[in-house]
Design a protein around this ligand. Sequence first.
Ligand SMILES: CC(C)(COP(=O)(O)OP(=O)(O)OC[C@H]1O[C@@H](n2cnc3c(N)ncnc32)[C@H](O)[C@@H]1OP(=O)(O)O)[C@@H](O)C(=O)NCCC(=O)NCCS
Length: 160
Amino acid sequence: MITLQPISEDNFRDVLKLRASEELVAPNFYSLAEAYCSLIDAVNKGVPQCDLLFAIVNDKTVVGFAMMTFEDGKDVNSDSEIYWMSRFMIDENHQAKGYGKAALALLIDHIKTKPHDCDVKYFYTAVVPTNHIATKTYASLGFEKTGQVWGSEDVMRLIL
Ligand SMILES: CC(C)(COP(=O)(O)OP(=O)(O)OC[C@H]1O[C@@H](n2cnc3c(N)ncnc32)[C@H](O)[C@@H]1OP(=O)(O)O)[C@@H](O)C(=O)NCCC(=O)NCCS
């Protein structure tokens, strides 16, 4: 069964061992370093930490990683606070087994619990246009393309 575990001392080494195409998603060492710097920034500025990082676990095996950020939404011209999923991956040895879709459903359920004590209307992500599997995975849970482009990626949005 797929579960989400917050990133911790206990699981980050397993997350670092996961692999997926670097043309589609940044390596996990980069994402963890980025999140650490963001955390240090937040601490130094005395502002709340906005990232949510999870190991995706099948029974007891770490099979994937997800990183989401709580944002004001101005970057995507939203009138509301949003969650933006910047990283989502399932290790190449565990893809196409239903784990990605199951994990994404749990991530959606989690942000509906208002982890930042805020009513959030939208959940955004962006996908390389040729990444048909990721696009299909997002669409299967209600994400739709907005027509916006972020870098070279198509923006997709779920109305919560
Ligand atoms: C995209 C990704 C997260 C999907 O997770 P996954 O566990 O492999 O996908 P699932 O098995 O849950 O399948 C999700 C959907 O994709 C389809 N799918 C999965 N692998 C497929 C394949 N090789 N060919 C065709 N369809 C495929 C499934 O049929 C399913 O669609 P459905 O709900 O209509 O049946 C994963 O493949 C991955 O990490 N890819 C590399 C990194 C990446 O692209 N990350 C996303 C960046 S935006």
